[in-house]
Design a protein around this ligand. Structure first.
Ligand code: GDP
Length: 296
C-alpha cells in the first residue's frame, strides 16, 4: 500500500468516529483494527504497530472520558501523536557551521540513489549560500565518476574524482583535503555501493570513514524496498554508524512503512526525502508535516 492510500485508510477509519452513535471500547477497537491493518499493509513493522495500538488505548482510556465530541478529539489526537512518534527518531540532526568544513559521507546500496542524492544535497546547500563541493570515491561502479561529474557540472558544483586511481580511500582523502584547504564548507563524499550488503562494502566504508573522519554519515535508502528496509538499515548502522537517513524515490510507489521501520530500528532521523529524478527533487523531512501531508 502506497503512502497516499495509507493516509486515506487512516482518515476513513477516523471518520467512523463521526458516524458512530456511541463511541465505546468496541468502536475504538474496530478503528484501531482498521488503522493497524493499513499500517501493516504499508510494511510498518508489526511490533511498532502493536505498540501504536497499545499506546492509543492507554492514552484514550475510553471508559474514563466524557461525551461524544470530546472522545472523538481525544482519539484523533492520540492516533496522530502515535503516528508522529513512529517517524520521529527523537535525536538531534547534525548542523554544519558557517566558515568551517563539514564532511558528509554518503553510504548505501547500489541503485538506492546515492549519486543522484549527493548532487541534490550539494545543490540544496549551495542554493542556501554554502560553499559546497563533491568528491566521488566510488571506484567500484564503472561510470560512477562520469555520472557525478555530469550532475555536478550541470549544477555548477566543484567536484573531485579520478579515472586512474583505484583506491577509494586515497581519492576520498585527497578530495577532502583539497576542498578543506580551499575552505569549502560542505564537502559531500559519494562512496560506492554493492548490489547487496556484503563484507567487502562494509570494510571499504569503514576505511573511508576512518580516513576522512566525517562530521555526518548519511545512509541513502531506497524508499520502495518495503520490509527489507529494517534489516538493511540495521546492517548499515552497525557497519557505518550513520547519523541520519535520506529516503529516496518517495515520489513513486514507496510504501513508506519501510522508512518508518528504518527510523525505529536505528533511532536515526530521516533528514530529507527524494521526490524525483531531478536536481531540486529533495525535500526536508519533518515528522509532523510528513504525517499531515500523508493524511491529506
Ligand atoms: P546509486 O547507485 O545509489 O548511486 O544510484 P543512482 O544515483 O545512480 O540512482 C539510481 C536511479 O534512481 C537513477 O535512475 C536515479 O535517477 C533514480 N533516483 C534517485 N533518486 C530518486 C528519487 O528520489 N525519485 C525517483 N523517482 N528516482 C530517483
Amino acid at each position: 500500500m502506497v503512502l497516499a492510500d495509507l493516509g486515506r485508510k487512516i482518515n476513513t477509519a477516523l471518520h467512523e468516529l463521526t458516524k458512530a452513535p456511541v463511541i465505546d471500547e468496541k468502536v475504538l477497537d474496530a478503528i484501531l483494527k482498521e488503522i493497524c491493518g493499513a499500517l501493516l499493509m504499508a510494511d510498518v513493522n508489526i511490533k511498532l504497530v502493536g505498540r501504536l495500538r497499545e499506546n492509543v488505548k492507554k492514552a484514550v482510556n475510553i471508559n474514563d472520558i466524557g461525551g461524544g465530541v470530546n472522545k472523538k478529539r481525544i482519539i484523533e489526537k492520540a492516533v496522530m501523536d502515535e503516528l508522529f512518534d513512529l517517524v520521529d527518531a527523537h535525536t538531534d540532526v547534525y548542523k554544519p557551521t558557517k566558515r568551517k568544513s563539514s564532511i558528509f559521507l554518503m553510504v548505501g546500496l547500489q541503485g538506492a540513489g546515492k549519486t543522484t542524492t549527493c548532487t541534490k544535497l550539494a545543490s540544496y546547500y549551495q542554493r542556501k549560500g554554502w560553499k559546497t563541493a563533491l568528491v566521488c570515491a566510488d571506484t567500484f561502479r564503472a561510470g560512477a565518476f562520469d555520472q557525478l561529474k555530469q550532475n555536478a557540472t550541470k549544477a555548477k558544483i566543484p567536484y573531485y574524482g579520478s579515472y586512474t586511481e583505484a583506491d577509494p580511500v586515497a581519492i576520498a582523502l585527497e578530495g577532502v583535503e583539497k576542498f578543506k584547504a580551499d575552505k569549502f564548507e560542505i564537502i559531500i563524499v559519494d562512496t560506492s555501493g554493492r548490489h547487496k550488503q556484503e563484507a567487502e562494502l562494509f570494510e571499504e566504508m569503514k576505511q573511508i570513514s576512518a580516513a576522512v573522519q566525517p562530521d555526518s554519515t548519511i545512509f541513502v535508502m531506497d524508499g520502495t524496498i518495503g520490509q527489507a528496509a529494517e534489516s538493511q538499515a540495521k546492517a548499515f548502522k552497525e557497519a557505518a554508524d550513520f547519523g541520519s537517513i535520506i529516503m529516496t524515490k518517495m515520489d513513486g510507489h514507496a510504501k513508506g512503512g519501510g522508512a518508518i521501520s528504518a527510523v525505529a530500528a536505528t533511532q536515526s532521523p530521516i533528514v530529507f526525502i527524494g521526490t524525483g529524478e531531478h536536481l531540486h527533487d529533495l525535500e526536508r523531512f519533518e515528522p509532523k508535516p510528513f504525517i499531515r501531508k500523508m493524511l491529506g
